[in-house]
Every structure is written in structure tokens, then in C-alpha cells.
Design a protein around this ligand. Structure first.
Ligand code: MLT
Length: 264
């Protein structure tokens, strides 16, 4: 599905009928990472998985200010509007979680509940910022092949890498679709994101936190400390998954999501 949203032809994938769940992908992915969630939505729910600006089939377009989590959050708010509804359950993985937290900061009235998977509330430290700046420069000079080779093994659990070649291939294809400039801008945008930790105690909607047990990029302890700070959180650890449980253990992720949606 494609429509002009926030001034750009935004692309999204959708499935189901009923109350809205918006899925926000991680870096450097696109809406294709949520295929199993759109296929496995419980009855009474409609899923919309967006290609964020500059990723998948959504172009970068023109924008005021800088590319970052706030711009992407404003796009998601406009996407919720475009669905003819005021509020949605917003489900973000990793960078998608940063976008979801920015959405809460800027447009809390749009958020009915949050699912935050394999993400963190804290801002980057100096080393992480320097690493992102170097990665942005290298992507602009050399393209993204090196980034995929470096990231792919770290993204997936040992079990996924050994036993699920189709998952490895699918994730690689998703990453290969990202352009060098989008990779660079997203790195710079993530480096500039603020600390969302002080926000957590004020998030007064239900939150499901999901962590891949073997996630080494945003380890389960990140989600555990978010759970301790949030007023209404439940945490699900997905065994056998790394940083991308929706693709690595789709049945377990979908079961956690369905239990949460049933509660709402
Ligand atoms: C992601 O999966 O979105 C990224 O690993 C997030 C990050 O680089 O902080």
C-alpha cells in the first residue's frame, strides 16, 4: 500500500481488520521484517508495517531539520492519522523502539500501548557516537556490504545462524535493500537521540517488553531495567533468539504479542 503521508509517498504492508497495530522496523531493515507478524495477527486486529522514510519502498523525500528519530516519529503519527484512527498499539524493534519512544514524547495521544523489542532507553555514549559517525562516513564512501557482513552474525542467535538458513537469507536481503545514504543518515540520527530513561516513569499506557535471550546488541538487561522503571510493563524473554526475535522465533514473538493484545 502506498499513499502520500507527511508529504512523501509512504509505503506500508497491511493485514487484518479491526484495531490498529503499527509495526516500526529496526536498522537497517524495512517492513519485510514483520511478515510473520502480519500473517499471524489475532482476529480483531489490523497490522500496518511501515517502511520508514528512506528504507524499503519509501523514499527519503524532502524534510525540514535533520533526519532522526523525531522526524520518523512524526511520520508514524501521520501514518496513524492516515489510517483514520486516533490511537494505535505501536510495536518497534531496536531503532523502531527509539522511534516509538520519540512518538510517545511528541505525540502521546497517538499511543494506545507500546511493544518495545530489543531496544534501549538510554542515549549513546561517546564511543557509540564515534562508531556511528565512522560507520556513516564509511557507508557513504564504500556502500553497505561491509556493514552487512559485520552486523549479520551479531544480529542473530547461534541457533538461528546454524539451523535457520532461510531466516539468515531473508534478513540479509532486507539489509541489502538499504541505500548507503539512508544507512548514514539513520546512524547519525540514532547518535543524536536523547536519553529516554526519564520518560519511562510517565508512560501510563501498557507496555510489552520483548528481549531475545541471546541479543548481544541490546541485551535482555536493557529491557529488564526498562521494566523496572515503567509503571505498567511486562517482559517476555524469547529463548533461542538474538536481536531480531520477530524473524528468528516468530511463533514465540506472535504468542507474546497476542497475549498482550488480548489484555488491552
Ligand atoms: C537496530 O537494530 O535498529 C540497531 O541495531 C539499533 C542501533 O544501532 O542502536
Amino acid at each position: 500500500m502506498k499513499a502520500v503521508v507527511a508529504g512523501i509517498p509512504m509505503h506500508w504492508r497491511e493485514a487484518g481488520h479491526g484495531d490498529l497495530v503499527v509495526f516500526v522496523h529496526g536498522f537497517p531493515f524495512h517492513a519485510g521484517m514483520w511478515t510473520a507478524q502480519l500473517d499471524g495477527l489475532p482476529p480483531g486486529w489490523r497490522g500496518v508495517a511501515a517502511d520508514l522514510r528512506g528504507f524499503g519502498e519509501t523514499p527519503m523525500g524532502a524534510f525540514r531539520g535533520s533526519y532522526g528519530m523525531d522526524l520518523l516519529a512524526d511520520d508514524v503519527a501521520a501514518l496513524i492519522d492516515a489510517q483514520g484512527t486516533e490511537r494505535a498499539v505501536v510495536c518497534g524493534l531496536s531503532m523502531g523502539g527509539y522511534v516509538a519512544m520519540s512518538l510517545w514524547r511528541r505525540h502521546p495521544g497517538r499511543v494506545r500501548a507500546l511493544v518495545l523489542s530489543d531496544t534501549r532507553a538510554g542515549a549513546d555514549g561517546d564511543d557509540a557516537r564515534a562508531g556511528r559517525s565512522a560507520a556513516a562516513g564509511r557507508a557513504r564512501r564504500e556502500g553497505t556490504g561491509w556493514l552487512i557482513e559485520e552486523m549479520l552474525p551479531r544480529l542473530l542467535s547461534e541457533h538461528t545462524r546454524r539451523e535457520q538458513p532461510d531466516t539468515v537469507r531473508a534478513l540479509r536481503e532486507i539489509m541489502e535493500a538499504a541505500t548507503p545514504e539512508s544507512v548514514a543518515l539513520a546512524q547519525e540520527g540514532m547518535a543524536a537521540r536523547p536519553d529516554s530513561t526519564p520518560l519511562l516513569e510517565g508512560i501510563d499506557v501498557p507496555v510489552l517488553l520483548v528481549a531475545g535471550a541471546e541479543d548481544e546488541i541490546t541485551p535482555p538487561r536493557e529491557l529488564e531495567s526498562m521494566a523496572a522503571a515503567l509503571p505498567d510493563a511486562r517482559l517476555r524473554i524469547i529463548e533461542g533468539a538474538g536481536h531480531v526475535p520477530p524473524m528468528e522465533r516468530p511463533d514465540a514473538f506472535n504468542a507474546a504479542l497476542a497475549d498482550f493484545l488480548r489484555e488491552l
